[in-house]
Design a protein around this ligand. Sequence first.
Ligand SMILES: [Zn+2]
Length: 297
Amino acid sequence: MIARAANLLAISLTLALAWGAGAFAQPASVGPGAESFRLGKLQLTALRDVVDALPNDGKVFGVDVGPAAVAQVLQKAGAPTDKIRLSIDALLVKAPGRVMLFDTGLGPAVHGALVASLAKAGVSPAQVTDVFITHGHADHVGGLTTAAGALAFPSATIHMSRREWTAMQAQKDSETLARLIATKVQPFEPGATIAPGITAVALYGHTPGHVGYEIVSGKDRLLDLGDLAHSSIVSLARPDWRLGFDADGKAGAAMRRATLTRLAASHEKVFAPHFPFPGVGQIKAVGDGFAWVPEAR
Ligand SMILES: [Zn+2]
């Protein structure tokens, strides 16, 4: 019972950290962006919300090894070593009779561009039929509300794993949001096919109920990784390093290595919401780690 209470406390502290504004160093608007590509018969579009730059201070990346080791990895990739740049993006999938949005960005609290990006893709918020949430952190659920506090996608069913929905309802920071979306949420068990061609994949570790989404059309497939990996450089080169954002650092790292190993072997297409926009590409095995191969455009 004590272990369970401690565990719950750790989860809620980490969620509070990641949900609180403090977790996002300097979210900056880069304006709207929408980049479309095809997956079988489906049209997919990566949508920009904001970009963020986390200081390389050992609080999120390199909690075990410190900023100098992180800087070494960044330098090897030719990236700045004092901060880690993360995109905050979402994914739109148009299928017959359905307009599906995967995650919603940080939203109006930081003047996110998601709705403007949707408009660039020719979609109004009222046309969205389904929203699929990878997990309940602010940079994925923040855009579920408008600046006025109303539902941003009033016609949409909101899909999230039952474990994540339970955790989100128990989290004080997300109380208002949970109340707002309660009648729209349809919780599911991972593994289930939630819509034609859309299957949820349990990728626990980052949060208690974090999932990715496998999107399939004909023989083409893509996995929306959610927050399995944050930095296209550090998270791939050193997948075993614990991440300050992960509710369970050990489980998050183990899940990251196992999933990246599988993706490098299958050459499956990947969408990663925090990788450089548009975040579409493949994972390749390099030495003991991995590297990002953005899709040629
Ligand atoms: Zn995230």
